[in-house]
Each structure stands twice: as C-alpha cells, then as structure tokens.
Design a protein around this ligand. Structure first.
Ligand code: FES
Ligand code: FE2
Length: 417
C-alpha cells in the first residue's frame, strides 16, 4: 500500500464527473480516502477525506455537490481547496485555527489530467504522468479520438463488484487470452461466439514500463459493423469524418485496442468505452468500480450499445464477470496451499519482441509477458520505493534478484541504478 499505491499515479476518475465548481466524488488511493473536487478557480483538487479536527470522514457518498465541505461531526467547514474557513466556537482556541495550513484538509501532492482522465499520486516526486503512462497514452488517445466531438464523458452509472481475492488477480486476468475458453465456456457455448486458438495467438499483446500492458487486433467492431453496413455506424463514421477527415478517421477506427492495463489500479477498453478502477481493500479482498463512457457527438444508439456491453461484461448479473470472480476466489483460496512455493508464469518467455516506443510484444497473444511485466514493476516499487529508486535504496537483494532475473531481463525498461 505504501510503496506501490502510495507512489504510483492512480486513475481517480474523469473530469466530466466534476464539471462545475463544488462537484465532488469520493474514492480511495490505496488506504487513503480522498475527495476529488472542482474548486472555484476551475482546478481539480484531491483532498484527503479526513477532518483535521478529530478525523471524521467529511464527504460521504460516492458523489455530490457542495459549495463548502462541512464535517458532520462538529461542523468544521472547508473550502473546496481544503482550506479551513469556518468552525463553531472558534474563540475557544488560543489562536484561531482559520487559515492554519495543518488544519485544512490535506492535499494529495500531485494531481494531473490526461485527455480528461484524472490521475493523482501520493508521492511528492517521481516520474511525471506523461512519463509514467509512456506508450499507454495511445490507449487513452484511442478512446477520446473515437468521439466525433473529441471528448468523452462518464455516463450511465457505475457497476461495483467485490471478490475475496488479491487485487493483482484482475490485472493478471485482463490480458489472459487462454482463460475465456475455459472460465467462460458456458456463455461461449450459449452465444456460440468462441474464437479459435489461432485468433488468440495472433492477438497483439504489448508491455511497457511501470507494469502497463495492452492487447490489440481483436474484436474489430469497425469490420463487424461495417460488414453489416449498419446505418448507425455510417452516421457515426460521417460525424467522425467531419472532425478528422476520412484518412484520420480510418486510422482512429483501425486502431484496435482491447484491454489496456494501467498498473496498478486500472483496466480499460477504449473500443467498448469501459473503464475499471481496482481498489485493494485487504490482501484477500478487492473492490472494482466499472464506468461507461459516452462518445460526445456519436449517435445515441452507440451509447445504448456501450451500456448493453457493460451489462454483459461488468454488470452484477453478467454471465462473464461472475465466472472471473469465481476463479479469482478459487485462486486466492488454493494459493494458501503450502506445498508449492511458486506459480508458473513462463508462457512465451524468451520470445518477447522489441517493438515501437520502447515496448515489448509477446511472442503470441497468449504469452504471460504481461504478468511477468507487472511483477517486475511490483518488485521494483517494493524494493526501491518506486521504479525511479531512491538515493538511499539498497542494491537488489541477491535472493530476490536470482529468482526474478528472467522477467527483469526480458524487459527493456532501464534498471534502477
Ligand atoms: S471531527 Fe470534524 S469537526 Fe470534529
Ligand atoms: Fe474473463
């Protein structure tokens, strides 16, 4: 929680959730409960949701609107940038608490946005957001560029689910092309939509620094809908072409990204406009919030499709999600067996192919390269306090280096000094 969730950039939400001054949402950054709020000057503030008086949570509920943030316990009142601006019986203090920095709501040190997505880091220093995202930026670009108006917005509510298992299991699963044939066998059988192994093997799977990865070349909605020459798709394409012209439109629609993973807390699908934020609650307890996005300027039917898709993959009655949650809990439970010391993550090892922008591509789409890449990042955060390292950080302990040699060498990320 401290070294990983306390340092990495975490996705907190999207600007469309806090449009007007006073709009806020509450969420967590690791163990810190936080408020994401639009301040009167238009800036987005991320404040620790803990009253400076005796520690009550100040904002309750997932979202709301308030001119000032008033603690429910004794009425301490904060401006939307966290400054304490009023309290009852202020004369009872030697010195007025108003304006005292420590008696405001603590501000999270770094807050930035990328294409409307709000990120924050609990660490005062470290890589910039752009450096952290690296080539994964293109996945966010892909999501936003698909909107005829060049903007997306969160819409349609949020699905929440929880499971009794570690948070890493979601990220390991979301780029796993082997499991659907087994874990989702019943829905594949019912829908008769299974893909042959060849499709999964040919799917692109890329990893980047800081534990990120994404899949591509799979589920080509352009081809599918275009083949049907669907009037809604024609209307959408025309709207997109009005902004981008035919060539760039073809390029945007031809970029096929499936699950993109922003390590350690987010998984999203640009093509289907879904984004999931992963909250570790305990070592064996995880909560996931799933959001849908509306492409501004696209036909309304497109958003209906997004919601239909969300119901299938993220809804509480989803036949797909429930399969995954069941298997996460089985893994968590069985990993407590003490006779096996290791799990096997060698699929595709040794076949990584260096690709554009410093990425590595898995030998095939079913490589476990993304898990090795996540664990290498995990190890760096835990060993060094962050992939940047610290001046006082000890060299890698020989024991962990021995065991992690293979995945570390398979990454092209610069090693910490
Ligand atoms: S705990 Fe917030 S006002 Fe007392
Ligand atoms: Fe799955």
């Amino acid at each position: 929680m401290e070294r990983l969730f306390g340092r990495a950039w975490l996705v907190l939400g999207h600007e469309s959730q806090v449009l007007a001054p006073g709009d806020f949402l509450t969420t967590r950054m690791g163990r810190e409960p936080v408020i994401v709020v639009r301040h009167v000057d238009g800036s987005i503030q991320v404040l620790v949701n803990r009253c400076a008086h005796r520690g009550s949570r100040v904002c309750e509920g997932p979202r709301g609107h308030a001119r000032q943030l008033v603690c429910p316990y004794h009425g301490w009142t904060y401006a939307t940038d966290g400054t304490l601006c009023a309290l009852p019986l202020a004369e009872g203090y030697d010195r007025s608490p108003i304006g005292v920095e420590e008696l405001g709501l603590r501000r999270v040190p770094r807050v930035e946005t990328y294409r409307g997505f709000i990120f924050a880091s609990l660490a005062p220093d470290g890589p910039s957001l752009l450096e952290f995202l690296g080539p994964l930026r293109a996945s966010f670009d892909d999501l936003v560029e698909r909107a005829p108006a060049g903007e997306v917005e969160v819409a349609g509510g949020v699905f929440k689910h929880a499971y009794r298992g570690n948070w890493k299991l979601v990220l390991e699963n979301h780029n796993d092309g082997v499991h659907p044939a087994f874990v989702h066998a019943s829905s594949i059988w019912a829908a008769r939509n299974g893909a042959p192994w060849d499709v999964w093997e040919k799917t692109g799977l890329w990893v980047a620094r800081y534990g990120h990865s994404w899949m591509g070349d799979y589920h080509d909605d352009t081809r599918l809908v275009a083949a049907l020459d669907h009037p809604v798709f024609r209307e959408y394409r025309a709207a997109l072409e009005r902004r981008l012209g035919p060539e760039r439109t073809a390029r945007v629609l031809g970029e096929l990204r499936w699950n993109s993973l922003v390590y350690p807390s987010c998984s999203f699908m640009s093509q289907f406009r879904q984004l999931r934020i992963i909250h570790p609650i305990a070592v064996d307890r995880t909560v996931v919030h799933a959001y849908s996005f509306r492409l501004k300027g696209a036909p309304q039917q497109m958003f209906r499709d997004t919601i239909a898709f969300a119901n299938v993959v993220n809804g509480t009655a989803s036949p797909v999600l429930t399969d995954d949650l069941e298997v996460y809990e089985r893994v968590q439970d069985a990993l407590t067996a003490s006779r096996n010391e290791w799990v096997e993550l060698g699929r595709g090892h040794g076949g990584d192919v260096p690709d554009r922008d410093g990425t590595l591509r898995g030998r095939t789409g079913t490589s476990e390269i993304h898990i090795r890449n996540q664990l290498a990042a995990w190890l760096e955060y835990l060993d060094m306090g962050g992939p940047e390292g610290r001046a006082d950080a000890p060299a890698m302990a020989p024991q962990s280096a021995q065991r992690s040699e293979a995945p570390r060498q398979s990454r092209n990320a610069p090693r910490p000094a």
